[in-house]
Design a protein around this ligand. Structure first.
Ligand SMILES: *Cc1c(COP(=O)(O)O)cnc(C)c1O
Length: 240
């Protein structure tokens, strides 16, 4: 890959990080949200370039693509799985020793398959951290459990999945360009419901929300982790 492409990725990382910091400051937040670089469909060389610029958290949507990339890239990368997960792929996904977080659990069947795979994985000493994905836009095309149902699923993970840790909630949101998008507000409320059901502090559950087009709004509304792809690595071909 050309040095120009590498330099472009490093510049984009700096720019997005500065915008995250500015949005956090604007909202008087004391912690800095994490940036997850979404590298789906992009070559491993681009991931390596971002890694070289200091980036450690990366997100992927397809199990086989993640398995392949993880096998050739540095072991201290923290991989986030953010795509639709078929239960029969859970075992393959757990082959990735440095899988850090599965963000897209939206039904008991997936949680149960991940729990089983995490329990059987010999390369893991820690429990697998997961997020419950909520469909906050109501669009049928979007993944995620329905608003009002995350507490039930979270309780299932917390009580019936001994090899999983419920780390928080994730959403994709809606194409809403307002200063405080309604979808992000509803994820904040969903977290209140989950925290109340589990008897934990809301702040102990992280929120993953915000992508290339809306990460600053998400940060202002309390996102702990933004998932940014095209702004860092360039546009993707449809349908990815
Ligand atoms: C592709 C994807 C992203 C990144 O999207 P961009 O708009 O390219 O930043 C974030 N989250 C999920 C769940 C995705 O599928």
């Amino acid at each position: 890959m050309s040095t120009n492409v590498s330099a472009g990725i490093a510049d984009a990382l700096r720019d997005v990080s500065a915008r995250i910091d500015a949005a956090a400051k604007d909202a008087q937040r004391t912690s800095t949200p994490r940036l997850v670089a979404v590298s789906k469909t992009k070559p491993a060389e681009m991931v390596q370039a971002a890694y070289g610029a200091g980036q450690r958290h990366f997100g992927e949507n397809y199990v086989q693509e993640l398995v392949t990339k993880a096998s050739t890239l540095p072991a201290d990368i923290r991989w986030h799985f953010i795509g639709a997960l078929q239960s029969n792929k859970a075992k393959l996904l757990l082959n990735v020793p440095n899988l850090y977080l599965v963000e897209s659990v939206d039904r008991e069947k997936t949680a149960s398959a991940l729990n089983k795979a995490a329990g059987a994985a010999e390369n893991r000493t820690e429990k697998l951290r997961v997020l419950v994905q909520v469909n906050t836009s109501g669009e049928e095309s979007k993944a995620g459990c329905a608003i009002g149902t995350a507490a039930e699923l979270a309780e299932y993970v917390a009580q019936s999945c001994e090899h999983l840790v419920l780390a928080g909630l994730m959403t994709i949101g809606a194409p809403d360009k307002s200063y405080e998008p309604a979808a992000f507000a509803s994820l904040v409320r969903e977290r209140e419901a989950v925290a109340a059901r589990l008897g934990v502090e809301a702040a102990s559950l992280e929120l993953s929300m915000g992508m290339s087009g809306d990460f600053e709004a998400a940060v202002r509304m309390g996102s702990d982790s933004v998932r940014v792809g095209s702004l860092l690595f360039g546009a993707r071909q449809y349908p990815a």
